[in-house]
Design a protein around this ligand. Structure first.
Ligand code: SAH
Length: 253
C-alpha cells in the first residue's frame, strides 16, 4: 500500500459537540480512525460515523503505559496508511499530552497537523460572562495546573488572572496555597465545572473561603479562575448559573 497515513490532533472543545471548530469537524469527516479521550462528547460521533472510534481514555490504562500505548496506536494506524484523528478535550496543546504524542510521531516520521480547540479556561469565562482580561488591571492570564509531576499542589501569583486546571479535588488546599503565595484573602475566585455543557455550574468565592466550593462541584471537571478575571461585571450582572453561587464575589469593579 502506498497511501500515506497522517494524524490530525483535533481539539474537541470543552463540552457539547457544537463547540468543536468547523475545521475540526471537517477533519473528523475525513477520518478513518478516531482515538478519543474520556472527556469528549459522545455526540461528536455524528461527525465521523464512517470511522472506527477507539476509546483511549486513561481509565483502562495505567498512567505511563497508557501514554506509550496511545503513542504506539497513533504510529501503527498512520503507518498502515490511515487518516487518523486524535481527538482531545478542549485544546490539544493545553494539558493534553500533545508534546509526547508529537514526539512519537516525529520519531516515526509520521506527518501530522494540529487543529486548535476551545480550552476549558475560555469556556468557563464565556459561561460566566467574565472576560479573562480587563483593561488596566487584568493584563495577564496564566493557565496553570495546580499539580506538579510529583503530585504536589502548587500555586503562585504570576499573573493578574490565574486559571487552575485539575484542582477540583483539592479546592481547600488550593485556597491555602494561594494565600501563602500572596493572594489577599478577599481576592475573587470563580469555580466553573462542566463549562460548555448544558449542566455547567459556576460559583463565586474568595481565596479565603474557596473550600466551600468543594461539595458543589464534587466529581465534575472544574477550572478555578483567580483574580481580575473572576470579578463580576456591573451591579446588575446576572446569569442563569449565578443562581448556584455560594458566597458573593469579594467586590465589583
Ligand atoms: N486539554 C483540556 C484540558 C485537559 S486537562 C483543555 O484544553 O481544556 C483536564 C482538566 O481540564 C480537568 O481536570 C479540568 O480542570 C479541566 N476541564 C476539562 N473540561 C472542563 C470543563 N468542561 N469545564 C471545566 N473544566 C474542565
Amino acid at each position: 500500500m502506498n497511501r500515506t497515513g497522517r494524524v490530525v490532533f483535533v481539539g474537541a472543545g470543552p463540552g457539547a459537540s457544537d463547540l468543536i471548530t468547523v475545521r475540526g469537524a471537517q477533519r473528523l469527516a475525513e477520518a478513518e480512525v478516531v482515538l478519543f479521550d474520556a472527556l469528549t462528547d459522545p455526540a461528536l460521533r455524528q461527525f465521523a460515523p464512517q470511522a472506527k472510534w477507539i476509546d483511549v481514555g486513561k481509565r483502562g490504562f495505567g498512567r505511563a503505559t497508557g501514554q506509550t500505548a496511545i503513542d504506539a496506536l497513533l504510529v501503527q494506524h498512520a503507518r498502515a496508511g490511515r487518516q487518523v484523528v486524535r481527538l482531545k478535550g478542549g485544546d490539544p496543546g493545553v494539558f493534553g499530552r500533545l508534546e509526547e504524542e508529537l514526539q512519537a510521531l516525529a520519531a516515526a516520521g509520521v506527518e501530522c497537523e494540529v487543529v486548535p480547540g476551545v480550552t476549558a479556561a475560555l469556556a468557563a469565562a464565556a459561561e460566566m460572562k467574565r472576560p479573562l482580561t480587563r483593561r488596566g488591571h487584568g493584563r495577564s492570564v496564566s493557565l496553570t495546573t495546580a499539580m506538579t509531576q510529583q503530585g504536589r499542589l502548587q500555586a503562585g501569583a504570576h499573573a493578574d488572572t490565574e486559571v487552575f486546571y485539575m484542582a477540583g479535588r483539592q479546592l481547600g488546599a488550593l485556597g491555602r496555597a494561594l494565600r501563602r503565595s500572596g493572594w489577599p484573602a478577599e481576592t475573587p475566585v470563580l469555580v466553573v465545572s462542566r463549562a460548555g455543557w448544558p449542566d455547567a455550574l459556576g460559583s463565586g468565592h474568595t481565596v479565603a473561603a474557596l473550600a466551600e466550593a468543594a461539595v458543589l462541584h464534587a466529581g465534575r471537571p472544574a477550572v478555578v479562575t483567580v483574580g481580575a478575571g473572576a470579578l463580576a461585571i456591573g451591579p446588575h450582572a446576572h446569569h442563569k448559573l449565578e443562581r448556584a453561587q455560594v458566597g458573593a464575589p469579594a467586590s465589583t469593579p
